[in-house]
Design a protein around this ligand. Structure first.
Ligand code: NZQ
Ligand code: ZN
Length: 408
């Protein structure tokens, strides 16, 4: 187990009706002028926005609001939010929605005290250190932004999607009501499940050896998703399934599932290779859902790199899917390295079959990506992550191209 720091300062208010306590809770925390940020209409249609605003007003707060944040949020809406938060004198940014809305709220929060353009933070010209406090009412378990130190924003003019990281914008409070997720379309439920699996697996395949406690947490979280994901899809209003999934989504990405797994002492566990490969897909086409992109590129990345440590993949297959872990039986005549590699490939296929069973795609072409797009995707990955990039196995542009081609 390598050295690590673990910081998860968010207060969680979890349960049916959690959203009705937003006003009282924010007032108790000393806030009075929230900027409420929301997406493209789901919270209007469900009545959640009205409930939250009523709760704020009843508690004596004075909200302003900004709607229309799209999935894969665009920097223009962040700039609009920064201007509005300044005019309003917002002392908390309250996101009501999913990862896209929460990330827009975060960028607004650290953009407000900054005198330059907010894109500087995503262009590595500035690092977020101060932020207007962030609160959120989560409506889709997926990105884990409700407790994460990450914020991902797109810039259509530059054709980029970039992340910024800092503890300063981890939400101070997250309201998590599983019944709010009953209205999720199956595709979004499935993409969310895939994203959560990916957040755990990026850490699981960090390049570090075994860390028993963290590995067991990771396996437990993934088993929870494998159990409850299909139930939520079959019975969208199954509270136990939705609740287990919602809490797992937070645990998948608040860093608990990576403690001690960084190859660099005190560093971030994992090279986040699949996320790097996916973010270029949704930068190229903002209609692509993050989790769906991951369902395609993550198995492709795994097949490309698993020869580096096939035992780790074979162990995953055994722990997660009950597959056989090859024993080195004397006189079996089988090459033990080949047996491990075969087991690794079976584990990856089982994982991909799970994504498919949820309704996720297996190829880039299903997402509308063509071979001629690949050079641009590769350039984007290298510009964003460096050359080479990745930790489990350092990858060059040639490797990235091969991975994209393998799942075309
Ligand atoms: O915009 P509305 O109308 O609200 O509809 C949304 C959106 O179309 C809809 N939706 C959300 N809750 C709903 C609902 N529809 C019906 N009922 C509900 N209860 O679902 C669609 C997707 O929402 P979005 O917020 O985009 O989903 P998600 O949480 O998956 O967020 C994706 C974004 O987060 C980034 C992704 O790259 C992407 O930009 N990520 C952020 C991370 C972080 N901050 O830590 C980490 C992740 O790896 C990820 O990169
Ligand atoms: Zn993700």
């Amino acid at each position: 187990m390598n050295d690590f720091q673990y910081y998860s300062p968010t207060k969680f208010i979890f349960g049916a009706q959690a959203a009705d306590s937003v006003g009282v809770t924010l007032a108790q925390m000393g806030f009075s002028r929230p900027l409420v940020v929301y997406g493209q209409g789901s919270v209007v249609r469900s009545g959640l926005l009205d409930r939250v605003e009523a709760s704020l007003i009843q508690a004596g707060l004075e909200p302003a609001s900004l709607g229309g944040i799209r999935p894969n949020p665009e920097v223009a809406s962040v700039r609009e939010g920064i201007a509005q938060a300044r005019t309003h004198g917002a002392d908390v940014i309250l996101a009501v929605g999913g990862g896209s809305v929460i990330d827009a709220a975060k960028a607004i929060g650290f953009g407000v005290p900054y005198s330059g353009d907010v894109w500087d933070f995503f262009d590595r010209k500035a690092k977020p250190t101060v932020c207007v406090p962030i609160a959120c009412v989560l409506t889709i378990p997926a990105a884990g932004s409700e407790a994460s130190a990450s914020c991902v924003i797109s810039n259509d003019a530059l054709g980029m999607k970039r992340g910024a990281g800092s503890d300063c914008f981890r939400p101070v409070v997250a309201f998590m009501d599983p019944t709010l997720t009953y209205t999720l379309p199956p595709y979004q439920t499935a993409a969310g499940l895939t994203d959560m699996m990916a957040h755990i697996l990026e850490r699981y395949f960090s390049g570090y050896g075994e860390v028993t406690v963290t590995d067991n947490i990771a396996i437990g979280l993934m088993k929870t998703l494998i159990t409850h994901g299909p139930i939520a899809l079959a019975e969208p209003e199954n509270y136990q399934a939705r609740a287990n999934i919602m809490w797992t989504g937070m645990l998948a990405h608040n860093d608990l599932a990576g403690c001690g797994r960084s190859v660099v002492s005190g560093g971030r566990p994992g090279g986040w290779e699949s996320h790097a490969l996916e973010h270029e897909l949704s930068a190229l086409n903002p209609q692509i859902t993050h989790g769906a992109g991951l369902a395609v590129v993550m198995p492709a990345w795994m097949r490309y790199v698993c020869h580096r440590d096939p035992a780790r993949f074979a162990r995953l297959g055994q722990d997660l899917f009950g597959l056989e872990y090859p024993t080195q039986a004397q006189g079996s005549g089988q090459n033990p390295d080949q047996a491990l590699l075969d087991a690794a490939l079976k584990a990856i296929s089982a994982l991909q079959a799970f994504f498919v069973s949820l309704g996720m795609p297996t190829s880039l072409s299903e997402l509308g990506i063509q071979e001629q797009d690949i050079p641009r995707l590769v350039d984007g990955v290298l510009a964003s992550k460096g050359d080479p990039f990745g930790v489990f196995m350092p990858l060059t542009g040639t490797d990235a191209r091969a991975i994209y081609l393998s799942c075309l």
